[in-house]
Design a protein around this ligand. Sequence first.
Ligand code: HMG
Ligand code: MG
Length: 303
Amino acid sequence: MNSSDTVLVTESISRDGLQSLGAVVPTEAKVHLIRQLISSGLGSFDAVSFVNPKVVPNMADGTEVIAGLADVRDGVELAGLVPNLRGLEAAVDAGVDTIGLLTAASDTFNLRNINATVEEAMERIRSVLERVPGEIDVRAYVSTITHCPYEGPTDPARVAELTERLIEWGVDWVYLGETLGRGTPDDVERVLNRVFEVAPPDRIGVHFHDTFGQGVANTHLSLQRGIRRLDSSAGGLGGCPFAPGAAGNVATEDVLWLLDGMGLKHGVDATTVARAARAFAAEQRIAIRSKANEALLAGQEVG
Ligand code: HMG
Ligand code: MG
């Protein structure tokens, strides 16, 4: 059990939040958004992806987004998603602090997402790990932890087996991705029970989508089980282009309210997050999905 009272909240709006959008958001708008969010106290960002821009056009400018934040990086972690060696090269050149490697627990989603079976993706991860410079931290995402959009329920034993190998290979943290937002706390608990047989809670992060409104409940369960690393997205934006029907990530504002209620520290001002998300969404004409955002800004003019 992890008894730390401090939680690392990693903000994913500029990566997961934007990757499925049809309209391309200008680089300056992304940089401005992250700057606003840094001013809220957020210190960790799942900021960009180094993936094929023909597949995910909104992630074509990862290098430029990182460059646009050069003067505000003190004490701020900027992460980039890396699907292969070419992505690693781009991430290192851009100067990210952390890379996010990825596989799913199911072959069909993985093939559609990154054109690799799970075992092929694990081999890619291994070849990237052999070349990661020592100063860069490494997280590895295991997606579809409870359900695959194409294959149905996922076997928790498969998630645990992948987690064990990734930790053995030297990944700093494995992030469990509930990509579809279908899983309930009972589903997540079954996964955590198996994962904790092979890795301690301080090597595990969670990344919940909120399609069926289970994101906060799943986050609560994970915190109760000792996890202290969470991804979330301001305004609840997000989704994966290869997970049809999946809604955005659990909203950062909703998670911060939960953390306050549990007496856990995070160092973030939720109202500043809410305002930044609301103004960005209004400018880009995107609908946001966060009950805490609405409640925090009730009656205020924003954007
Ligand atoms: P591939 O088809 O195996 O790669 O794609 P390839 O080597 O055959 O190359 C195909 C094309 O991609 C070529 O371009 C390469 O140059 C280009 P073309 O000749 O056709 O013009 N390419 C690249 N371009 C830029 N950066 C690269 C790169 N690599 C190849 N690194 C690949 C493999 C993984 C690249 C492709 O399938 C891809 O980009 N997929 C990205 C999918 C993606 O971004 N999905 C969303 C993120 S995952 C997610 O959201 C889940 C998560 O949030 C957790 C959760 O919710 O569970 C993390
Ligand atoms: Mg995601």
